[in-house]
Write a protein that binds this ligand. Structure first.
Ligand code: DLL
Length: 431
């Protein structure tokens, strides 16, 4: 793999700002954001009033802990535009996340918000080793999902060439990669495995593909998955994180030269880690739920937004901004099986560790009498003894995760393939 370390002189000055200056900037922006939200959004005004706090009560960054949290349900209650902090006609673009039930969560951006967003995604791409003039294949879905357009505008902002492919039509994705010869790809890691399978199907060598780096996000993925992709394609695989409520892709990015967690762009987003049960703020280094306050968004600022994503904050390395560890999972995706907490990422690690199993899996939850049970659907690789691999997987899961599960071996191609964000868990307990 090539050394893609960016030229340090091309970084934004904010990326390497000394901590004291960064924190002074955060405080100034935070004060302004609290005022803007309180004065223009009924939900924030009501919440602050009920908690007995006002924007002027914030004297230090630590004072943020006095302010109430915002949760997804607050955004749903305000559907569609109640969280906007500027008149509707100043909103330049709307995105929405589908949500599994009920109404989508709507987010809005002013022209300036869009400009910041593009600049931050450009920053992410540069940290991943992409430079002006490089070509980037963008396979994140276009539309209301923030992935496609979010990455698109960042690629353009960096001065790179964007190929706006969107998701799906995997055979065509491979053809375009082979014919256009992009240096980088933006896509979910699970869909990259689909692309890998298509390379094999077409009899092409993925190791000889033109890609040098993949910017993978929108779902949790493990170091084992990084190794799988890097080895198969002979390319770097780095992590990009974000969520629509806070902006979209580009809230945090892993640097290609260190691959040691994701730098959160702290000049625009203030992270906290809280105990998911009590809401108490936890010190850096402890795992908990990630909470974000935006520092520059005007269209739809969010104050102490509970992401449900579980991670740990760590000091900066390649940048002065703090890092977050790879997301373990969402608290809503946690499976509790006979008292043991299980995340799909733990299953992913175990499936990828068994040589002879294909890197696809799906977890099915079922009822066995009164108890919940977990089935794991997997496939053997061509020529492997799938049954023996299944026995190894079941033993590994028992030993390393501490739960008993049933392994269901599917025919090659039998496990559902990701079309974007992988559906890792199917809950059939009610049926
Ligand atoms: O998934 C934004 C995005 C697009 C990020 C493309 C990166 C690349 P939502 O659809 O609102 O936005 O989903 C946000 O996806 O709260 C996490 O649970 C999960 N997620 C996003 N990035 C990562 C990541 C986009 N790198 C939700 N690792 C978040 C783990 C991630 N989970």
């Amino acid at each position: 793999m090539k050394d893609l370390t960016p030229d340090p002189t091309t970084l934004d000055p904010e990326e390497t700002m000394p901590r004291d200056r960064l924190e002074a900037l955060q405080l100034e922006r935070l004060r302004e954001t609290l005022r803007h939200a309180y004065e223009n959004v009924a939900t924030y005004r009501a919440k602050f009033d009920a908690a007995g706090v006002a924007p002027d009560d914030l004297k230090t960054l630590a004072d943020l802990a006095k302010f109430p949290f915002t949760v997804k349900d607050d955004l749903r209650q305000a559907y569609p535009f109640g969280m906007f902090a500027v008149p509707r006609n100043r909103i330049a673009r709307i995105h929405a996340s589908s949500g599994t039930t009920g109404k989508p969560t709507v987010v809005g951006y002013t022209a300036q918000d869009l400009d910041h967003w593009a600049g931050l995604v450009a920053r992410c791409l540069r940290a991943a080793g992409v430079r002006a003039g490089d070509m980037v294949h963008n396979a994140y879905g276009y539309g209301l999902f923030t992935g496609g357009l979010g990455a698109h505008c960042g690629i353009e902002k960096l001065g790179a060439t964007v190929v706006p492919v969107s998701g799906g039509m995997t055979a065509r994705q491979v053809q375009l990669i082979e014919d256009f010869r992009p240096k980088a790809i933006c896509v979910t890691p699970s869909y990259m495995l689909n692309i890998l399978e298509e390379y094999h199907r077409q009899g092409l060598d993925p190791g000889a593909c033109p890609l040098e780096v993949g910017i993978f996000g929108a779902e949790p993925w493990t170091p084992a998955m990084r190794a799988e992709i890097e080895e198969a394609f002979d390319m770097h695989a780095v992590d990009i994180y974000g969520l629509s409520e806070v902006m979209g892709p580009g809230v945090a990015q892993e640097c290609v030269d260190t691959k040691d967690g994701l730098h959160i762009w702290e000049d625009h987003f203030l992270p906290e880690i809280v105990d998911p049960g009590t809401g108490e703020v936890l010190p850096d280094g402890e795992e908990g739920e990630l909470v974000f306050t935006t520092l520059t968004k005007r269209g739809m600022p969010v104050i102490r937004y509970r992401t449900r994503d579980l991670t740990t904050l760590m000091p900066g390395t390649a940048r002065t901004h703090r890092r977050m560890a790879k997301v373990t999972g969402r608290s809503d995706d946690m499976i509790i099986l006979r008292g043991v907490n299980v995340f799909p990422t733990q299953v992913e690690e175990r499936v990828l560790a068994v040589k002879g199993l294909a890197p696809y899996f799906q977890i099915e939850l079922v009822k066995a009498g009164n108890m919940d049970a977990m089935r794991i659907h997997v496939e053997g690789l061509p020529g492997a003894d799938a049954a023996a691999c299944g026995v190894v997987l079941s033993r590994e899961i028992k030993e390393r995760i501490g739960v008993t599960c049933e392994i269901v071996l599917a025919e090659p191609g039998g496990v559902e393939r990701s079309q974007g964000k992988a559906r890792r868990v199917v809950d059939n307990r009610a049926s």
